[in-house]
Ligand binder design. Sequence first.
Ligand code: ADP
Length: 532
Amino acid sequence: MEAIPGKDLVTLRRLHAVAGVVYLLWWFAVELLLPNYYNPLSSRLSVVGFFALALGLSYFSQRVKNHLGPLLYVGVWLLTAHFFYLLYRNGGDSNWIIGAFITVMAINYCFLSEPALLLYSGFVLALSVAATLLLPSLSHSIFLPGLLTIVLQANIGMHTRLKALRALAESNEQFQLLFNATFEGVLVHENRRIVNANESLAKMVGISRQDLVGKDILDIVYPADRASAAEKIGLADQTPYETRGLGANGRSIDIEVRAKNFTDGNKQVRLVTVQPIGDRKKMEQERISSRSLAENIRVRDEFISIASHELKTPLTSLKLRNQILERDLKKITGENYPAAKMREFVTITSRQIDRLSQLVESMLDVSKIALGKLQFALAPVDLVAVVTETLSMLRTQAEERGSPVSLQAPPSLLVRGDTSRLSQVMENLLTNALKYGDGKPIQVIISTEGPAALLQVIDHGIGISPEYLDKIFERFERAISSKNISGLGLGLYITRQIVAAHGGTISVASELGSGSTFSVTIPLDSASRANS
Ligand code: ADP
């Protein structure tokens, strides 16, 4: 048996003491008021002794202390039996019947549990029957104590229950008060059916508390978020999460939900608190958008300054050539104008026009990427052929820079890609290698790496300092000042986007002053993968 809690132990000890003392005092009262009746002190002391012994031993023996409750019942039963013994020995005198009534009434207060009361009533009834059999003259009155026990029992039972109900109502009232006073929305649901909801929640979703009861909890979740909310409920997850509630007029409310499962009696219910976080979200968004707005403005201004500089250079050159042409045109007469000079003019002009269209093309590509409109026609492509063609296209440029370009590649290698975009990748990497390669030899190597083709462009030029290695693939990012070598800082950004759209990767290894190696992987076409 479990140890009796401290407060109950004090009560039980007091009950033992009161029962013993009162039963002993009763002996004096009977001696005084009914002098000639059968009332031996010794038999009464045996009952008093029982209470006193139990009380005394409870201070020494843990067992007795733990069983003080049942011992009180046994004592009370003993006392009742003794009382009936006195009734019997006094020939069923009505004074003793009144005494029995008092005993029963007093004893009833000792039994606070219904089963204990029932058992005790049965005991009193059995004693009454025995007394009737022994004293037939008592047959009309002897059932009185038993009857009274039952009446009192019902009375006490009702009283106790009423008290409990009142306490419950009081605590319930307090709970409801708190429940409704919280700023957070609170609800309890059983298998998604709402059992209770507070006023704050009712206001939040624009449905009265009464109407909320019985509803499916998902009915107050914003439709688009219902599936994920159902999953959380199903998992009995306790980590707070953000979702959207369904407010009045179908508008969505940003909320943070915390939920916890608990058992109410034999039912599994879930307590949910709902905190509106609209203001917090709005502030966060405002902070983020003001930060990104400032960043966008900075990037845009920087880009405009670089782009205008870049566009101005070929334009100035074109303008100058045109002015010379105009001046010369005034001088020439017919076919006197030397063809060689004219060819030189045309070559330079078309190079500047190429440069201008390249710049505009890059800018267009970037805006397409931003809008998600960069398109690819993927098909089996021979990467070696694409690279060879790009190399020959840039041969003149390489010669002008004094950088010999070597190619090391298998006869052909099929990848799945977009020919013109792959050639753009090669062109960007090679142009950079030429631009930043310091006039030193450049190697282009094509090989395979697992299920992908590996394209490497290696130069031995200025290299890139470590802090820029990650940044150069971002928009407008350059590792060098625009004054040194011209460029918009868009080539690698576009290259990375193209490679990613092919399902490939791009990386760089570089050391300042010793050159750079750009490595690109492009997934092989399934046919070449099968052959390799
Ligand atoms: P751009 O060349 O127009 O500036 P890119 O996006 O092609 O733009 O390159 C970004 C930056 O990366 C360049 O400005 C340069 O600083 C650096 N970079 C690219 N390729 C090389 C290379 N082969 N060697 C050294 N630096 C390079």
